[in-house]
Ligand binder design. Structure first.
Ligand code: MRU
Length: 309
């Protein structure tokens, strides 16, 4: 299953809101359709929303839309992942938006494979690797960032086990990362988010590999829960790696400048349409954490493993 594809000037997005129960594509015919799909997380994950936004901008150009207005609306769809504005800027300054979006689509796949190869050098035979959220093929065009590193190590014949945090409240770990690992026949176990520290304390995790929505001065932003994983990893001496392509780097800004998306309280109040908390409960639902550089062992990029800056 492809995360997305472009056919006859339409963008087909694998609907991640209903995976793994159903495997269906949502068809986007306008840039506004793409904005809605990004907002409601039909497509999600920093590289994937970047490429989807690029195709959205390509549609805006094909339809003769006001490109500046479309670009502003697109960039505001989700604020935290820097790939979104990076992709929009790249497409609107190109001579041929469709060609540029298709190029970004191809580049994403190539980048992830290169990142996987570099990342696999820090994975040992027999490792058990913890990952958080979904930084897999579904968060990209294909292969994945953090799960790309795991895929590459597996392809090299290393025996690895994967532990996925379920990743409340949207369950990207339980629904998406577990599904991807099962498709590859890579041994995988699911834990609740709060069990990560316990498993590290028991010495059952050898490495943590996660993705990022933005790499900035002083650290990275990634899915909520990443900070607690990083703190536990530091405490129990577990190497903590972040896999992120250069398109996720924001060298202009610091982690203090990153806008953290606050999502719908309904995501936290219950599950699958069932309210769990008392009616009227107040909620905070920040969707991302900021992990400071001192908790990060290395950042795996397509050009090699670098220190956080
Ligand atoms: O809110 P999402 O599902 O779009 O968030 C994505 C993440 O934070 C992932 O953890 C991922 O590591 C970053 S994208 C490869």
């Amino acid at each position: 299953m492809k995360t997305m594809y472009w056919k006859d000037d339409l963008l087909y997005l694998l609907d991640q809101t209903i995976l793994p129960r159903e495997e269906e594509y949502l068809v986007c015919g306008t840039y506004q359709d793409v904005i809605t799909a990004i907002k409601i997380m039909v497509v999600r994950g920093a590289p994937a929303i970047g490429v989807a936004a690029a195709f959205g901008m390509a549609m805006a150009s094909l339809h003769g839309e006001d490109m500046e207005k479309a670009a502003t609306e697109m960039k505001n769809a989700r604020p935290t992942a820097v790939n979104l504005s990076w992709a929009v800027d790249r497409v609107i300054t190109s001579d041929d938006p469709v060609k540029e979006a298709l190029l970004m689509y191809e580049e994403d796949m190539e980048t992830n494979r290169r990142m996987g190869k570099h990342g696999a050098t820090v994975i040992d035979d027999g490792d058990t690797i913890l990952t958080h959220c979904n930084a897999g093929a579904l968060a990209c065009v294909d292969y994945g960032t953090a799960l790309g590193v795991i895929r590459a190590a597996n392809e090299e014949g290393k025996n690895i086990n994967v532990i996925c945090d379920e990743t409340r409240p949207v369950l990207q770990g339980a629904r998406l990362s577990v599904w991807e690992m099962q498709q590859e026949n890579i041994p995988v176990k699911l834990i609740v988010d709060g069990a990560a520290g316990r498993l590290m304390q028991e010495g059952q995790i050898n490495k943590v590999v996660i993705g990022a929505d933005r790499v900035a001065k002083g650290g990275i932003a990634n899915k909520i829960g990443s900070l607690m994983v990083a703190l536990a990893a530091k405490r129990f001496n577990v190497p903590f790696y972040v896999a992120a392509p250069r398109s996720t780097f924001d060298e202009e800004n610091s982690i203090h400048d990153i806008e953290i998306e606050e999502r719908d309280p309904g995501e936290v109040l219950g599950f699958a349409g069932c309210q769990a908390a008392p009616i009227g409960t107040e909620v905070r639902n920040p969707s991302f954490d900021v992990v400071p550089s001192d908790l990060i062992t290395g950042i795996i990029t397509e050009d090699g493993i670098v220190d956080p800056f």
